[in-house]
Design a protein around this ligand. Structure first.
Ligand code: GTP
Ligand code: MG
Length: 201
């Protein structure tokens, strides 16, 4: 899919104030610093569309970006950010949960996982929350440029084993990306394009 236009639409912390337009949207969620905003910039070929930072907790709101004038990419705040209280850290901010529970336009959810790390409880908990609420999702293993292909393969295997042990019957569709090398760009965009096409039928 070719990205012709990518335009910031609105930021807020209240799902009821998100755009009213009935067009498909795709959201990126995951721990703070996993690379959600960088991935949006990589996919859209705009280095500064979504704000990124080396310090976790950069994205604080629900951000809608309109793509090709007919669908949205949504950048969300990360979870597991240490500056918030332990309780908030463990339970996820309620407006993020509300976004997932209430947003009818949400067609695709991508849970981002740092490909360097072992499975983390907080990601498992978030995926469990999605599962319990029948919200389908894909996994994106980010920052693939930071490890060797062998180590990457090994880490994905560890992840698969852990999820299957953790009461999941199947491993979700997944992608491997790098915002610096642009690895995975075509796969993610083609996946979205395919869904957009199916929705038109
Ligand atoms: P919050 O908004 O705080 O939740 O973080 P985020 O998930 O949006 O992460 P962000 O995109 O701001 O990236 C965090 C840091 O990781 C930045 O320093 C990025 O440059 C770096 N980063 C993100 N993606 C990649 C990647 O694919 N490769 C490398 N090497 N660095 C990356
Ligand atoms: Mg961000």
């Amino acid at each position: 899919m070719k990205i012709k236009t990518a335009v910031f639409e609105i930021s807020n912390s209240d799902v009821s104030k998100c755009p009213k337009e009935r067009i498909p949207e795709y959201a990126f969620i995951g721990r703070s610093n996993v690379g959600k905003s960088s991935l949006i910039n990589m996919l859209t070929n705009h280095s500064k569309l979504a704000k990124t930072s080396g310090t976790p907790g950069k994205t604080q709101l629900i951000n809608h970006f309109k793509i090709n004038e007919n669908w949205f990419l949504v950048d969300l705040p990360g979870y597991g950010y240490a500056r918030v209280s332990k309780k908030t850290k463990r339970t996820f901010q309620s407006f993020i949960k509300n976004y997932f529970l209430q947003r009818e336009q949400l067609i695709g959810t991508f849970v981002l996982i740092d490909s360097r790390h072992e499975p983390q409880r907080i990601d498992m908990d978030f995926m469990e929350f999605l599962g319990e609420n029948q919200i389908p999702f894909c996994i994106i293993f980010t920052k693939a440029d930071k490890l060797t292909p062998n180590k990457l393969k090994k880490n994905i295997e560890i992840y698969k084993t852990k999820l299957l042990e953790d009461s999941w019957d199947i491993f979700p569709d997944y992608f491997v990306t790098s915002s610096t090398s642009k690895e995975g760009r075509d796969s993610v965009l083609d996946f979205i394009a395919k869904i957009n096409e199916q929705l038109k039928e």
